[in-house]
Design a protein around this ligand. Structure first.
Ligand SMILES: Cc1cc2nc3c(=O)[nH]c(=O)nc-3n(C[C@H](O)[C@H](O)[C@H](O)COP(=O)(O)O)c2cc1C
Length: 269
């Protein structure tokens, strides 16, 4: 439900033009009007609320008082430097993340975009070292039992090296990281595959901008999908599945140089 306060509205039409699903249209005397019959199409994206400089819009209960002033954002050069210097971190310092940084990381999760503004992402944040060690131990134990059957070596000879590491007790899944975040989506979410990766990509950059190191774990995604015991420990809401996993903590390595990667295939049209 979108409500327009006519005492504030200057009929500029900005909310109508920016509505992605056209549930706002020009009504009597040029004021924006919400099409009640189209209510089910409203994405609750709050563009109408964000674009209105006059504070005239209330979108599904949220009004001007629920918004913040726009703040300066990093410039393009700073963002490019952050991206070029991003490296997967697999060496960690035994040092705590400050509560300020934790608060910023967790609060910002609510801003992650989702397909059709589905917004049903679920995040499991593991910051307790003992809990993280439990995931490590249980996963390693199960993987060692699987490798012992010799079937993986038969079917996946390419991954022999990882199997040897698993049998040695190396943490190839969680990379000895002190913390992790798992993003999960309901199986019926419109963009269930993309939403977790996008959300954690943004989390990744925010973590790095706050002095943390991160490492993706595709292995952990597979582990959560296929090993029941560790999946259950995530305590996911009914119908949810883990989609992406990012490990993080204070890095214990610094990179002196920024190498040039091989160029990506790209075509400018
Ligand atoms: C989708 C995805 C899954 C990955 N899974 C793992 C993983 O399971 N374990 C790991 O150590 N690194 C993992 N990585 C990190 C890559 O190995 C790493 O990005 C690549 O070697 C390039 O190094 P860089 O990130 O330092 O540039 C993953 C990266 C991506 C994008």
């Amino acid at each position: 439900m979108i409500h327009i306060d006519r005492s504030r509205c200057v009929r500029c039409g900005a909310c109508i033009r920016d509505c992605a699903v056209h549930v706002l249209a020009e009504g009597d005397n040029g004021f924006p009007a919400f099409r009640k019959e189209d209510e089910r199409y409203c994405l609750n994206c709050q563009h109408c609320l964000a674009v209105c400089a006059r504070g005239a819009v209330t979108c599904n209960g949220a009004g001007f008082a629920d918004t913040m002033d726009a703040e300066p954002v990093p410039d393009g050069g700073a963002m490019a430097a952050l991206l070029r210097q991003r490296r997967s971190i697999r060496q960690w310092r035994d040092a705590p993340i400050t509560e300020d940084v934790w608060a910023r990381l967790v609060d910002t999760l609510a801003w992650m975009p989702t397909g059709c503004n589905d917004h049903r992402l679920h995040f499991t944040i593991v910051r307790d070292r003992a809990k993280m060690d439990w995931y490590r131990r249980e996963t390693l134990r199960t993987l060692q039992a699987i490798v012992r059957t010799r079937l993986p070596k038969l079917f996946f000879p390419k991954f022999r090296r990882y199997m040897d590491e698993i049998m040695r007790g190396d943490d190839v899944v969680f990379r000895n990281a002190p913390c992790m975040i798992v993003a999960s989506t309901p199986k019926n979410a419109p963009c269930r595959e993309a939403d977790p990766w996008i959300a954690l990509s943004y989390f990744d950059l925010l973590a790095r901008a706050n002095g943390l190191g991160t490492c993706w774990s595709g292995f952990a995604v597979h582990a959560f999908k296929s090993l029941r015991k560790i999946r259950r420990a995530l305590n996911l809401p009914r119908g949810y599945e883990a989609g992406a996993v990012l490990l993080f903590g204070i890095p214990d390595v610094a990179y002196a140089r920024v190498p040039h990667p091989r160029p990506m295939l790209a075509e400018v049209q």
